[in-house]
Design a protein around this ligand. Structure first.
Ligand code: IMP
Ligand code: MG
Length: 177
């Protein structure tokens, strides 16, 4: 079994690159079918979704576009502390069919915030596609329309996902030891 070390933690291989790619290809076929003639705009959430978004997008054959958004966390002046602003919305998304691309849905707090922000622009619909999904941790506020892998509530890295900023470059997905 392949074990790697990132900073102070050890990780075991969990999902290999071939399995990831095959699942994403399957997902692309489903999305192709569901969004035929809907001209969707895919919105990848940085940083974690970049590998998933790149792989999925290559396998779509419908008319579609893509853009990337980021949650900038900064310390607000209010006592409430941290606020996350969704930055990078340059396209006109009013009346558009949006598919959010996420690396992982854990508690769903990030997703809740992103959906609330996007709804302000009055899109036609917002669907969610995530590479990974932790159902045990999820708040169930929005339907996770598409996911490649449902996983237990354990910390993972690789294929875009990080531990303290490291491990995003790994081609396989690893689980904490
Ligand atoms: P949520 O708001 O709890 O759903 O967390 C979503 C974000 O937390 C993801 O976009 C990741 O950046 C990060 N995250 C959650 N679980 C993991 C994990 O197992 N490994 C790496 N990052 C994670
Ligand atoms: Mg993320």
């Amino acid at each position: 079994m392949e074990t790697i070390q990132i900073l102070d933690k050890k990780f075991d291989i969990y999902i290999n690159n071939d399995q990831i790619k095959n699942k994403i290809i399957d997902l692309a076929k489903v999305i192709d079918n569901d969004f035929l003639d809907k001209d969707p705009i895919f919105l990848g959430i940085l940083n974690g979704s970049f590998m998933f978004a790149a792989e999925l997008f290559q396998h779509l054959s419908i008319k579609c576009s893509i853009s990337f958004l980021k949650l900038s966390s900064y310390d607000g002046t209010e006592s409430s502390g941290k606020m996350n602003q969704l930055i990078g919305i340059n396209e006109d998304i009013k009346n558009r069919n949006i598919v959010i691309l996420e690396d992982i849905i854990d508690t769903g707090n990030t997703l809740k915030h992103i959906v609330e922000e996007l709804e302000k622009y009055d899109p036609n619909e917002i669907k969610i596609a995530s590479l990974l999904y932790k159902p045990e941790a999820y708040n169930n506020l929005h339907k996770i329309d598409y996911y490649a892998f449902s996983i237990p509530n354990e910390f993972i890295v690789g294929y875009g996902l990080d531990y303290c900023g490291y491990g995003r470059n790994l081609k396989h997905i690893y689980k904490i030891k």
